[in-house]
Ligand binder design. Sequence first.
Ligand code: BG6
Length: 513
Amino acid sequence: MTDSGNYSWRGGFCIEVSPIPNTIVIFGASGDLAHRKLLPALFSLYSNKLFHEKSRIVGFARTPMDDNAFRDKVAESLKDKAKNFPPALLGEFLKKIYYVSGEYENPESYKLLSERLIDIDCKNCISTGRIYYLSIPSALYSPVVKLLGDAGLVTENQSGIPWRHVVIEKPFGRDLESAEKLDFELRSVLKERQIYRIDHYLGKETVQNILMLRFANRIFEPVWNNNYIDHVQITAAETVGVEHRAGYYDNAGLLRDMFQNHMLEMMGLVAMEAPAAFDADSVRNEKVKLLKSIRPFNLKELDKNIVRAQYASGKIGASAVPGYLEEPDIKQSSKTETYSCAKMMIDNWCWQGVPFFLRSGKRLEKRVSEIAITFKKIPHSIFDPIRAEDLAPNTLVLNVQPDEGLALTIQAKQPGPKLCMGSLSMSFKYSDVIEGEKPEAYERLLLDCMLGDQTLFIRSDSIELAWSIFTPVLKTWEERPETCPLCTYPAGSWGPTEADELMRRNNVIWRRP
Ligand code: BG6
């Protein structure tokens, strides 16, 4: 048991895992993701003894550099993080890192990579596995995987030993057709068990906690259905704008960037039925079953159930910020949405009639992601003259970020001789029970990839189902924009007024987290 502030962990069961020696090849090793997320996550795993002593990291990118120059760059990226550890640790970690320079579409580079990997694996007696992390533009996924295949770098024997895993990040296509094409190309080289499609939201502590909360406790599941739940709101709000990603974002937009993946994944975890076991197939089968039950949008009255909007200039805190169209490299005529909200329904026994309201946007008032479950009002009040409809319903809020934790609001008597009732929130924050740094989503995901556990990775069928929900919407927006006009909202607000109207029509209001 560890005590911290007002909370304490009692007991505790850990599913022990042992790190396995393997080589991790990072394509795009000089890029932002590698230096901001992947290498720091690997260093954290190393410091937690979850990265095997024999394991090695190989950076692959176009920039010509030798091992030492790459190690210097990695040292620079890790310098702040390393301050929290004994000074020798970073030095030891850096010794495990190598670098190969090459062209992503040149077969010769893969020969060179192969020779280097054989050499590194032999010297370090690594015979178990290899991860290829494709931290590169998605247009390169198919060519790189093909060339890895041609060079024999992803060949496994029948029983998958030594294993070869390939990790890819979204976007997995930009609509159903392109997702199917990408999948076909990947699967003509790799088996599904070799493909690790990352949705970093699934590595977040609170998102992982959804299944623990629901299936390791007795008290929630009996009320987790349309008999007790009135509606669910899922929010992923950001204060940042498009930043330096105009090239990608202006072609994608919010629905592709956040809804088709992170938002739907969160909805899936909240709404799926109990899997038979906590393993990749069981969990992902349940998710797919749920996705199949989501009601398609009625394209004839799209604007009643989904709103799209773009931010205009405004203020984030005290700072004035430009509108989307004034951002660098954004086309003046751009109709790309930076905000969307939708009412989604699930047609199954458990959720019939319970709306799920999803919203996400850039340049909103506050950075916050949360899942808020609002229960039905009590059927009758015995506290006359206080009426049932006067009492706020219970809500359970899972705070995904930045204050990871959860809060349950209940009605309670206010102390004093008179009968006064009010809403009381019982809340818990992870930061109060975690000592030191919070684990990054990528740590868990990289570890799982080393362990061959695909539970938190996306299977191809769920990607296609997700696209089949949103592709018709995207097509309608493109082909018949007048059916769902692009609205605007001032930066620093909570979105367009049309989003509030959508809720008003459903007799609810958006939460102000
Ligand atoms: C990414 C999107 O997948 O998620 C970004 O491409 C977005 O546009 C980011 O900013 C949000 O992630 P997080 O972890 O900061 O909520």
